[in-house]
Ligand binder design. Structure first.
Ligand code: PMP
Length: 367
């Protein structure tokens, strides 16, 4: 018969580049512990439930989900263009900013070309780069967990096609300053695309943190990447976008999966832009919680880097995984990076308090 026994798969040719693609380890759902509310602070999600107006927009859109969405994402693009003060032709949407990032790699890199970015940074970077067959050039963060933009500029070669700047940096927290960014962009050749990943922009409070759109306006090779997943609380719907000069934005739209952004996601994003003031009040509350958590950790004696996103970084080194296990035992899911540290998102007040309790005990048990 033509049926294959399950234990004898037919060898097929897959791309060699796949061997170099690291696995993404997403935050797991919280494991229940008897008598405790479980909390997940491992994926930098927004702990607030969606606004009723946004739920209504999604419900209305659900009534026509037998139809394909608007492939041009016209209404959302128009709303974004007005909100940001950029031409609609300079926008490209995607199924989360991570998809737009993958499109950016596709439109710039041939196999063997180089993508320069700081490390440790967002774990999707090495994945999308390796998948395209390009080569990652990872530039270590400084001792205080910041981008070393001088070293990154020096790492640019003739093969570099893309440079990624994650600000604030996931998972460590610091943001680059406007002065640093200005000096950096001036050093990068004008035909190399500089992506400024501002997934957490809305949470920044330091005066020195720029709005990267100012750089896109001055430098045609600068692309700004943003998302509805964090401050806008739409992580589950997958919608993000890039702001770029026309030629780049057009190429990004070409590289997108046809009909990728669903109508539910498009309508939710439009409703969220309309409810921006309400959502930014929540962001202010999360920022206040971040400041409270950060100050308490410093008070306890932790060496926590500046936190400009909706998360804090505990540089635990070899203790990262044991610390995450201690949290798990208390029904709290955090995100360990083995041998490096633990990233904890700012969540519900009770989740944050539980984290502070565990963190305090951890230091005491090691005194
Ligand atoms: N950039 C950074 C720095 C992130 O941390 C994330 C989410 N973890 C993203 C981009 C991707 O977000 P999304 O695909 O949900 O828009």
């Amino acid at each position: 018969t033509s049926e294959q026994p399950a234990d004898r798969p037919v060898p097929v040719r897959l791309r060699e580049a796949l061997a170099k693609v690291p696995a993404y380890s997403p935050g797991r759902p919280p494991a229940p512990v008897e008598g405790m509310t479980a909390y997940k602070i491992s994926s930098n999600e927004n702990p607030f439930p969606p606004l009723p107006s946004v739920v209504r927009a999604v419900a209305d859109a659900a009534a026509t989900m037998n139809r394909y969405p608007d492939m041009g994402v016209v209404a959302l693009t128009q709303a974004l263009a007005e909100h940001l003060g950029v031409p609609a032709g300079h926008l490209a949407t995607g199924t989360g900013s991570v998809a737009v990032l993958a499109q950016l790699v596709q439109i710039t890199c041939e196999p063997g070309d180089e993508v320069v970015y700081a490390w440790r940074s967002f774990e999707a970077y090495p994945i999308v780069v390796a998948l395209s067959g390009a080569t990652s050039v990872q530039v270590p963060l400084t001792a205080d967990a910041r981008h070393d933009l001088d070293a990154m500029a020096e790492a640019v070669t003739d093969r570099t096609r893309l440079v990624l700047v994650c600000t604030p940096n996931n998972p460590t927290g610091p943001a680059v300053t406007g002065d640093e960014l200005r000096a950096f962009v001036a050093k990068v050749p004008r035909d190399v695309v500089v992506v400024i990943d501002e997934a957490y922009l809305e949470f920044t409070t330091e005066e020195s943190v720029p709005d990267a759109l100012a750089f896109y306006r001055e430098h045609p090779n600068v692309v700004v990447l943003r998302t509805f997943s964090k401050a806008y609380g739409l992580a589950g719907l997958r919608v993000g976008y890039a702001v770029a000069q026309e030629e780049v934005a057009t190429a990004l739209r070409k590289a997108a999966t046809p009909f990728g952004v669903t109508d539910l996601a498009q309508q939710a994003a439009i409703a969220s832009l309309a409810a921006r003031d309400e959502l930014m009040v929540r962001v202010e509350q999360l920022v206040a919680e971040r400041e409270r958590v950060h100050a308490a950790l410093v008070e306890q004696g932790w060496d926590v880097p500046a936190a400009q996103g909706n998360f804090v970084w505990l540089p635990l080194g070899e203790d990262a995984v044991p610390f995450a296990q201690a949290c798990q035992a208390r029904a709290l899911t955090v995100r360990p990076f083995a041998g490096e540290g633990v990233r904890c998102s700012i969540g519900e007040t009770e989740a944050n308090d539980r984290l502070l309790g565990i963190a305090g005990e951890w230091l005491h048990s090691r005194e």
